[in-house]
Design a protein around this ligand. Structure first.
Ligand SMILES: C[S@@+](CC[C@H](N)C(=O)[O-])C[C@H]1O[C@@H](n2cnc3c(N)ncnc32)[C@H](O)[C@@H]1O
Length: 288
């Protein structure tokens, strides 16, 4: 089986076990992409500034910000925060009913925290819900925190690994873990462990939104990214995302292995009457 191609943004940042940014060798990134046959991606990285062979961190962080702003615009077009809140609302009610106390929603791989910030700004879930975003990239976490402060929101953001959600979860039974546009960044070998890391904490539910791979999403991603995205990295990664996203059956299998005991469902739209909004669909697991 051919190795999965990589997105450029998967390679531009690296952190140590304490979340401290590490130097990234430009040659190592270019070589990795070249070895996978991704020549265009390798050319994009080769044109980035570096000194003594190390990618210029300030340039890369600023690029990351621009790419995530474009991603936020896509999320807004897909009404992501509204749809996520609508799906979570009855689950939050169910948790409130069975476990008195504040319900916590943790968004892993939150990027600039657009979904968390938008839900914090709305009243859709009620004011007693705690909203926390977690991301591996400390620069994005700092930026999400800054934006939430400017917007006067009570949500918060933490640097952390989606495979160690316990750092953001105190009482699993009152916690729901979500993500958007994140799961396809995981290697296939890590999928079951991703779900298991949450299931071990006996969280009330999880809901992970990602691209439904099909002809429509591949075509749609191509048209949208060329029409609306300006950054070559956004175009490259966005179009590739649609191609390398996991089909429902694979996600379902991994979730059943990692989170046995959960009622799991991939909520896919109709293949024959596709709606643009359904390009991102959730896999939902609820602890009965
Ligand atoms: C495509 S972005 C999605 C951002 C955001 N959820 C959105 O919808 O705009 C993927 C994010 O996952 C983060 N990420 C990648 N691996 C991670 C991990 N193991 N733990 C936490 N975050 C991770 C990246 O830093 C990046 O911000």
């Amino acid at each position: 089986m051919a190795p999965r191609p990589l997105e450029i943004t998967d390679l531009l940042w690296s952190v140590d076990a304490d979340g401290i940014p590490l130097a990234v060798s430009k040659a190592a990134v270019v070589d990795r992409l070249t070895a996978l046959g991704q020549r265009r991606a390798a050319r994009i990285v080769a044109a980035m500034p570096a000194s003594a062979g190390i990618l210029d961190a300030a340039y890369v962080d600023a690029l990351g910000l621009r790419v995530h702003c474009e991603l936020q615009r896509l999320g807004e077009e897909l009404q992501l925060a509204r749809r996520i809140a609508a799906l979570l609302s009855p689950i939050v009610d169910m948790v409130r009913l069975h476990r008195p106390g504040r319900v916590r929603i943790v968004d892993v791989g939150c990027g600039l925290g657009f979904v968390v910030r938008a839900m914090a700004a709305s009243t859709a879930l009620g004011g007693d819900v705690e909203l926390i975003g977690v991301d591996l990239n400390p620069f994005l976490v700092a930026e999400a925190t800054r934006l939430a402060g400017r917007e006067g929101l009570t949500c918060r953001f933490e640097q952390g690994d989606a495979f160690e959600p316990e750092l953001a979860i105190q009482d699993g039974a009152r916690c729901i873990v979500i993500s958007s546009g994140f799961v396809h960044h995981l290697p296939e070998s890590g999928l079951a462990e991703f779900f298991a890391a949450q299931a071990r904490l006996r969280i009330a539910a999880f809901a992970h939104w990602d691209i439904a791979p099909c002809l429509w999403s591949t075509l749609g991603a191509w048209v949208f990214h060329y029409a609306r995205m300006r950054e070559p990295v956004s175009r490259h990664d966005g179009i590739l995302s649609a191609r390398r996203a996991y089909p429902a059956a694979k996600l379902q299998r991994a979730a059943q292995i990692g989170a046995p005991g959960y009622d799991i469902q991939v909520m896919e739209g109709s293949r024959w009457h596709p709606r643009a909004l359904d390009v991102l669909r959730p896999i939902v697991g609820i602890l009965p």
